[in-house]
Design a protein around this ligand. Structure first.
Ligand SMILES: Cc1cc2nc3c(=O)[nH]c(=O)nc-3n(C[C@H](O)[C@H](O)[C@H](O)COP(=O)(O)O)c2cc1C
Length: 415
């Protein structure tokens, strides 16, 4: 999707989203779970401060960290949940802070259900399409799931739509369905995780039914100017998992159904490709999933975003000019440099280098998901009104985890 009237496409070009508000530029803040919910799982002044900061930073589109659709199914203890209107005022204040800080910023809420990726510290028996447990080094942190009943699946579709309708009432411009990274929708798409033989599984068409039903249910409960987007894996990178071929079919169907944006990522807790490069060729171009995006571009005319690995204005410009993507998704860079979009828009040579936080012990790093946790700690700093600290050591993060979660964090950390 090029810029209007054939002017050259740059990071500063606006991007329309159907009947919803257009992004004023091509920089998107991708979802980062802030884990800043109150004990009742509502937003408070910490999220207001953080998002005000990002709105001032100039990204055209802000997507919130995942907001859960069911308080009985959390991805981590500090999740925000939106399932009814008992605390809608807190969500109104969150959205209003963004609108007041920057009237042109587009604000979408990412909505999610973790399925089996709900750690044992928060879920005794998580739910999933089928009773297939997680495997690998992270498996110990999660209880084996049970398979959902048909009526429960219908109920979850309705919950996604209810959360979206509430987000619209609260003043968000749209929602993004989290269908990536191994959470519930992604579990339905995967032949490894979805072994059902009813209308929700078996064929590829049946496995994508959950996502498409959620999409349609949201459209039926929200207005025409409310944007609906999806974050989708290019692949799960797991034997027997969701493949590129199937992902392209999903892209094509979502496009036909009228989706406003498809954000491309990849990986799951079992194979965390979303925060790491796939192969050496991606290092030069920075973005991990650009090759797939080029194929997705051939499969749909819906707007596309690619997230994962972008660090320089030059690589972002090249990705836009190639036509493979319409938006540049950024996560970790904005946890450290909230004003980065302004710098990228003003200087085509601008780039950032990010630290790779490590305790020096790879096993400990993996057990604590130290990379993600260290960045989450930066979000908490901004939420408290402090500046992010790129030179922060990792031991402060570890100590913070122990203080809040006790020794259990060494076993039960969210991935
Ligand atoms: C602290 C943290 C939390 C994240 N939470 C989410 C989330 O809630 N939803 C989501 O779709 N992706 C989440 N991600 C993944 C990012 O959106 C993004 O796909 C990934 O970090 C790669 O992009 P980057 O290289 O620009 O960081 C998270 C990443 C980090 C570092």
């Amino acid at each position: 999707m090029g810029a209007a009237n054939n002017t050259p496409l740059t990071l500063a070009s606006p991007l329309p989203f159907g009947a919803g508000p257009s992004s004023p530029n091509r920089v998107m803040k991708s979802a980062m779970s802030e884990a800043l919910g109150t004990s009742d799982h509502n937003p408070d002044e910490r999220l207001v401060r953080l998002y005000r900061r990002w709105a001032e930073g100039g990204a055209g589109l802000l997507v919130t960290g995942n907001v859960m659709i069911d308080r009985c199914a959390l991805g981590e203890p500090g999740n925000v949940v939106l399932e009814d209107d008992r605390a809608l005022d807190a969500f109104v204040a969150w959205a209003a802070a963004v609108h007041a800080a920057n009237a042109t910023t587009v604000l979408w809420m990412q909505i999610n259900h973790p399925g089996k990726q709900s750690p044992s510290v928060v879920s005794k028996v998580p739910v999933a399409p089928s009773a297939v447990p997680l495997t690998g080094s992270i498996a110990k942190a999660f209880n084996p799931p049970r398979a959902l009943e048909d009526a429960e699946i219908e109920g979850l579709v309705a919950r996604f739509a209810a959360s979206a309708a509430l987000a619209e009432r609260a003043g968000f411009h749209g929602v993004q369905i989290h269908a990536a990274h191994g959470y519930l929708v992604s579990q339905f798409l995967s032949p490894h995780h979805n072994r059902r033989e009813d209308r929700w599984g078996g064929s590829a068409e049946n496995r994508r039914r959950f996502l498409l039903e959620i999409y349609r249910a949201i459209r039926s409960r929200t207005g025409p100017g409310f944007s609906v987007a999806v974050k989708l894996n290019s692949a799960d990178f797991q034997r027997g998992g969701f493949t590129e071929e199937e992902s392209l079919q999903v892209v094509s169907e979502l496009g036909e159904a009228g989706i406003d944006l498809i954000e491309i990522s990849g990986g799951t807790y079992e194979k965390p490709a979303m925060t790491g490069s796939q192969r050496p060729s991606t290092v030069a171009r920075e973005a991990y999933f650009l090759d797939f995006a080029a194929k997705a571009r051939a499969a749909t005319s819906a707007p596309l975003a690619v997230t994962g690995g972008f660090r320089s204005a030059a690589a972002m410009q090249e990705a836009l000019s190639s036509g493979a993507t319409d938006l540049i998704g950024l996560a970790r860079p904005l946890a450290l440099y909230p004003d980065l979009p302004q710098s990228l828009l003003n200087d085509p040579e601008f780039k950032v280098t990010l630290p790779a936080p490590s305790s020096g012990n790879k096993k400990l790093d993996a057990a604590l998901m130290l990379d993600v946790t260290w960045y989450e700690h930066q979000l908490a700093r901004m939420g408290a009104g402090d500046e992010p600290d790129p030179s922060a050591g990792v031991w402060g993060t570890v100590w913070g985890l122990v203080r809040t979660g006790g020794a259990a964090v060494f076993r039960k950390r969210r991935a």
